[in-house]
Design a protein around this ligand. Structure first.
Ligand code: BGC
Length: 410
C-alpha cells in the first residue's frame, strides 16, 4: 500500500450550468429551442447497453431542459456536507458569468456574494476551492454580440477575470480560466452541435485563437491582483496509443500535437500548472479509435483508466505541476465507478513514482448533473440526485472506495 503525499488534493468537480439550476444564459435559451428535436433524435442511442433503462428519459423533451438542475445553487451546504463525508479536500466548481455580469459592465453584488459565501462554506469544511472562470455558458448580452467570436471577447473576459480576482483575493488560490477550449471550439464552432452552432474550420480556429488570448488576459489580470495564485486551464486530453509502424507513429504524434497540446503550447508562458481532463483513449491503427472497448460507460464511451498513467507521463515535457481537473464516467448503477477510481488513482501513483509532479485528482462529478445536449440521463455523480425530489444519496460503493484510497493510499 502506497500513500499519496499529505498535501495531495483529492477532489470532485462540477460546473455552474450543469448543477446550479435557474440559469439564464445562451444554453438555457438554446435548450428551449432544441429540446423537442433532441428528444426525437434520442433513438440514435438505441445501440447502447443502457438503452432500455434510459429510453423513456431520453425520449422526453424535459430531459433536455436544464431548469432547476440539481439546485446546487441553494443546496450547496448539503452537498458540501456529503463531500466532507466522502473525505475529499478540494472542490472544483465554476462561476456563472451570466449571474455576475447580467448586463455589459454591470456587476451583481449579490451574486458575487453568493460565490464568496460558497467559498467560505468550503473553507469551513477544510475543502480547498478550485475556481473555474468559464465552463462554456455565456450571458445573453454577450452571446447576442457574437460570443467568443466577437473580437472584443478576450478583453471582456479579462475584465471578468479581474472582477473575480478582486472579489476572491485572500480567499482563492487556484484558478482554472477556461474549461476544455478544444471541446467547446469543436462542438460549438466546427461540428455545429452546440450553441451558437457554427460550422467550419475557420470559425474553429478563430474560436481557439480567441480563447488563447482570453486565457492570457485572465492570467495577467489575476496574477496582478493575487500574485501567489496558481492559474491554469482544464484541457481535454486523450491517451493516443500508436499501433505498430511508422505511419501510425506519425498520426499519433500529430494527434498529440494538434489535440492534446495545441492550447497548452500556446499559453505555455502563462500557466502555473497543467490541467487535464481525461476521458478518452484513442488507439491509432491506420485510423482513429481502433479500441477494444472491453468496458464501456452508460454513454458507450470506452473505460480505459490505466491510460491516465501514460498520458500523465507524456506531460512531463512541460516540467510543471499537473492537476487532473476531471476524470469520471456515466454509470447510473455504480457497477464500475469503484473499479474506475481505483485504477485511475493507481495510474496517478505510478506516474508520480515515475517523476511526474501530480498534485491533485478531481473526479467528475460530485453530483449527478445536466450533461449538455444529452440532458440528465447520463449519471456521472459520486452522489446521485433523484430527478423527482432532488434528494441526494451517496453512491456507496464508489464513495467507500474513494474514501479508503484517500485515507490509506493504494
Ligand atoms: C466537461 C463536462 C462534462 C464531462 C462529461 C467534460 O468534457 O468538462 O462539462 O460533463 O466532460 O462529458
Amino acid at each position: 500500500m502506497k500513500k499519496f503525499p499529505d498535501n495531495f488534493y483529492f477532489g470532485a468537480s462540477t460546473s455552474s450550468h450543469q448543477v446550479e439550476g435557474s440559469c439564464h444564459n445562451d444554453w438555457s435559451e438554446w435548450e428551449k429551442r432544441n429540446a423537442k428535436r433532441l428528444a426525437k433524435e434520442s433513438r440514435k442511442f438505441s445501440y447502447l447497453d443502457s438503452w432500455t433503462r434510459i429510453m423513456h428519459e431520453a425520449a422526453s423533451p424535459e430531459n433536455y431542459i436544464s431548469g432547476i438542475a440539481a439546485d446546487h445553487y441553494t443546496r450547496y451546504h448539503e452537498d458540501f456536507d456529503i463531500a466532507q463525508k466522502i473525505g475529499i479536500n478540494a472542490y472544483r466548481f465554476s462561476i456563472e458569468w451570466s449571474r455576475i455580469e447580467p448586463m455589459r459592465g454591470v456587476w451583481d453584488p449579490d451574486e458575487l456574494n453568493h460565490y464568496t459565501k460558497m467559498i467560505a462554506a468550503l473553507r469551513e469544511r477544510n475543502i480547498e476551492p478550485f475556481v473555474t472562470l468559464w465552463h462554456w455558458t455565456l450571458p445573453l448580452w454577450l452571446s447576442e454580440a457574437g460570443g467568443v467570436s466577437n473580437p472584443e471577447f478576450p478583453e471582456l473576459f479579462g475584465k471578468y477575470a479581474a472582477k473575480l480576482a478582486e472579489e476572491f483575493s485572500g480567499q482563492v488560490k487556484f484558478f482554472i480560466t477556461i474549461n476544455e477550449p478544444e471541446i467547446y471550439s469543436l462542438n460549438s464552432y466546427l461540428r455545429g452541435i452546440w450553441p451558437p452552432q457554427k460550422k467550419g474550420i475557420l470559425s474553429y480556429l478563430t474560436c481557439m485563437g480567441s480563447l488563447v488570448e482570453s486565457h492570457n488576459n485572465a492570467y495577467d489580470e489575476i496574477k496582478r491582483r493575487i500574485p501567489d495564485s496558481m492559474i491554469g486551464a482544464a484541457c481535454n486530453m486523450s491517451y493516443f496509443e500508436s499501433g505498430k509502424g511508422f505511419i501510425n507513429k506519425i498520426i499519433t504524434a500529430l494527434s498529440v500535437k494538434l489535440w492534446n497540446r495545441y492550447f497548452t503550447n500556446r499559453v505555455k508562458s502563462r500557466i502555473d500548472y497543467v490541467g487535464v481532463n481525461y476521458y478518452f483513449h484513442n488507439r491509432i491503427n491506420y485510423g482513429f479509435s481502433k479500441n477494444e472497448n472491453r468496458s464501456v460507460s452508460d454513454l458507450g464511451w470506452e473505460l480505459y483508466p490505466h491510460g491516465l498513467e501514460y498520458l500523465l507521463e507524456s506531460l512531463a515535457v512541460y516540467n510543471l505541476p499537473v492537476y487532473i481537473t476531471e476524470n469520471g464516467l456515466a454509470d447510473a448503477s455504480d457497477e464500475k465507478r469503484a473499479w474506475f477510481i481505483e485504477v485511475s488513482l493507481r495510474s496517478v501513483m505510478r506516474a508520480m513514482e515515475n517523476g511526474v509532479d501530480v498534485r491533485g485528482y478531481f473526479h467528475w462529478s460530485l453530483i449527478d448533473n445536466f450533461e449538455w445536449d444529452k440532458g440528465f440521463w447520463p449519471r456521472f455523480g459520486l452522489i446521485s440526485i433523484d430527478r423527482k425530489d432532488l434528494s441526494r444519496r451517496i453512491r456507496i460503493e464508489s464513495c467507500d472506495r474513494y474514501r479508503e484510497i484517500i485515507e490509506k493510499g493504494i
